[in-house]
Structures are given as C-alpha cells and as structure tokens.
Design a protein around this ligand. Structure first.
Ligand code: KIV
Ligand code: ZN
Length: 397
C-alpha cells in the first residue's frame, strides 16, 4: 500500500504532493541540476511529503534521469513522473518510476472548451476516448495513476464529471482538478469538488486532488477550499514557485492546517520545523530570492519593528504571533530596531547587549537612537553599542 493510499476522501488525512521539481522548475530560470534535485527530494522525503513529482520524463534526458534517480533513492515518498496524454510520454514516465518503492504516473489532458478549441483542436468525445486509452495504458504499467483535467476550473461541470468518470473507470486512483490559470474563487473551487463527488459514479474509488496557481493570489485559499469540498491531496511547491505567479506554497498550506486546526480539521505528515530549511535550500538551488514579507518563511515573518508590537511581544508573544518561530524552524523572534521601535524594546536590546543604564542615560541614548533611526534604514547592534559607548564617554569628559 502506498503512503498516499492510507488516505481516502472521507478521512481527515491530507496527502501533500510536492511539485517543486516539476511545476516549480517550469518557472523561467528555476532549472536545477540532478544533484540539486536529489538534495531537494531527500529533504522533502525527510520532511514528510507524501508524493514528490520529480519531473517530466519525456521532456529531456536530464529530466528522465532525475526522475529515475529520485525514484530509486526515495525511502518513504511516492515518486511521480508527469506525462501528457500521449502513449510515448506515458511509456517514458512508466520507465522512469519503474524502480521506485512507490511509483506513480501522472497523466493529464485539457478539458476546457478554450483549450479544446484553441490548443488541442479536439472534440469533447475525442478527449473522453483519449482519457480512457491513456489512463488504461498507465494502469497497465503501475498501480498508482493520477489523472489531471487541465484547466478544470474553466470546464463545464457536466462535461468535467464525464471526464472524471471515464478516468476512474479506466483505473485512475487520484483525480486532480487543477486551477491551471489561477482563475477560480474559493467558493467555486469548493463547489466543483462537491459536485464531482456527488455526481460521478464510483467517485470514492479515487482520491481527489487540488492543484492551484496563484495568478490572483488565491492559490492557498483555493487549495484549502478544495479540501473542504472533499479533496484529500494538495499539490504545492516550496516557496510557491511555479508557472507564472506560481503554485500554492507548501509551507503556507501546511501551517494553515496546523495553526487553524480548529477551522480546518485536516492532518498532514509534514514536519513543520523543517520548512525554513526547505525554503532556504530551494531558494539557493534556484537562485530565486524569497520575498521579505513571504508568509511563514520570509525574513520578516517573525520580525517586529513598531513600538506597540515590540511592547506586546516583550509582554507575551501571543500578542502578535500566531505561531512560534521554532515551529517552522526559525530560532527566535526578532525585534528589529528602527524608527518605529519604542523605549521598552530599546531597553530590552540594551540588556541583551550587556548594558544596564540609569534612567537619564537611557533617555539620552534613546533620543540619539531615534535620531539615528531617522537617518539610517537598518540599525545594527554595533550602531547601538557605538551610540551608548559615546554617551558613556561624553558623560565622563
Ligand atoms: O497547472 C496544471 O494544470 C498542471 C497540470 C500538468 C497538472 O500543472
Ligand atoms: Zn500547474
């Protein structure tokens, strides 16, 4: 039994399917070497990711080799290779995951009228036949087959239900309904999964999956809404990298499910204390910086500058933090000294630097600190030490 198969649509367990190495790598400039991919995959495996989509084996020899090597090495995670609805793609993906402890072929075809008319130039009936033929082919190669209806969120629900039915009938064990262009709203996405689960015969034979792009900044919200609608697999990437505006960020999805367990009662296997490490590794191997204010893993995610917030944090950290930095692998909260900082944080900083000043000296140092902060964007510990030492020296002149 695969890790992923431990979950089903009725349980509260959500499978985390990471596609950093496939959809993530598809964003311009993010390509990784085999060694880099192996390093990322090993960390994802250790972190508790259930399925690692390691690449698109037909795309290049390098991609094939990466998927095959990751498939050979992973101990816990299922390793998936992507394939278009083309026999040669499916055969190549099957070959690449052949040596995996748990291998998956992930095959996809477009279902929306826009794609059928302008890109594929196929009728709806032709696409239904393709689904049956390709999923059957994949199922003859591996037991674990995921089928995706590309651009599902712009597909009429009646037709989408027929596609899903055909894929399940042909043996798909996971049905992924992507918001390929990041167009859906959370209500629409939730409704789509509810409808599929109600309408499609044998819907319970497969696990439903969400795959959301972030064109409107809704990828994480949509992913969670899809889970509320009955999906039990979330496809996501570290740091949210991916085509165009990216995919749902794994670290955000995982922490939303941990921090808001009261509202979102679903479990994952993710070891959250490894999230920051994973973020740093992916940023390093892709050379994509993580924006400072990125949720969970951004440099400022646990930094406080304003006097009011720093004062609250010094009294009790639940005043302005909804999770601890340790829970995502960051050592501690930082109270950043700047022009918005207050006297309480300044006093605390002096104490941490080893200074115990009397009230007058403290007031004097604080005034000079504010003056400096107006002129300088970043105030380092050394700036504060210099400013206090100057004050002490002039008091002795
Ligand atoms: O966004 C998408 O539709 C995809 C598919 C290949 C699953 O990445
Ligand atoms: Zn995608």
């Amino acid at each position: 039994m695969t890790n992923a198969a431990n979950a089903n649509n009725a349980s509260d367990r959500v499978i985390i399917f990471d596609t950093t190495l496939r959809d993530g790598e598809q964003c311009p400039g993010a390509s990784m070497t085999l060694e880099e991919k192996l390093e990322v995959a090993t960390l994802l495996d250790e972190m508790g990711v259930d399925v690692i989509e390691a690449g698109f084996p037909i795309a290049s020899i390098g991609d094939f080799e990466s998927v095959a090597e990751i498939a050979r090495r992973m101990q816990r995670a299922t390793v998936a290779g992507l394939a278009r609805a083309i026999p040669a793609d499916i055969a190549r993906a099957g070959e690449a995951v052949r040596h995996a402890k748990r291998g998956r072929i992930h095959t996809f075809v477009s279902t929306s009228p826009i794609h059928l008319e302008h890109q594929m130039r196929k009728t709806q009936e032709e696409v239904l036949e393709i689904i049956t033929a390709t999923v059957t082919q994949a199922r003859n190669l591996v037991e674990d087959v995921e089928w995706s209806g590309m651009d599902a969120t712009r597909t009429p629900l009646d037709y989408l239900a027929r596609c899903v039915e055909a894929a399940i009938k042909a043996g798909a064990t996971t049905i992924n309904l992507p918001d390929t262009v990041g167009y859906a709203t959370p209500d629409e996405y939730r409704h789509m999964f509810r409808t599929m689960r109600e309408k499609v015969p044998n819907a319970d034979k497969a696990i439903f999956s969400v795959h959301c792009h972030n064109d409107l900044g809704l990828a994480v919200a949509n992913s969670l809404a899809g889970v509320e609608g009955g999906a039990r697999q979330i496809e996501c990437t570290i740091n949210g990298i991916g085509e165009r505006a990216g995919n749902a960020a794994l670290e955000e999805v995982a922490m939303a499910l941990i921090v808001r367990r009261d509202a979102l009662p679903y479990q994952t296997n993710i070891e959250s204390r490894m999230l920051t490490r994973a973020s740093k590794l992916v940023s390093a191997v892709t050379s994509f910086p993580v924006q400072y204010n990125k949720a969970i893993v951004g440099r400022n995610a646990f930094a406080h500058e304003s006097g009011i917030h720093q004062d609250g944090m010094l009294k009790n950290n639940t005043t302005y933090e909804i999770m601890t930095p340790e829970s995502v692998g960051v050592n501690k909260t930082s109270l950043v000294m700047g022009k918005h900082s207050g006297r309480a944080a300044f006093r605390d900083k002096l104490k941490a630097l080893g200074y115990e000043l009397g009230e007058n000296a403290l007031n004097d140092a604080f005034t000079r600190f504010k003056d400096l902060a107006d002129r300088k964007k970043v105030i380092y510990d050394e700036d504060i030490e210099a400013l206090v030492d100057q004050g002490i020296a002039s008091a002795h002149e």
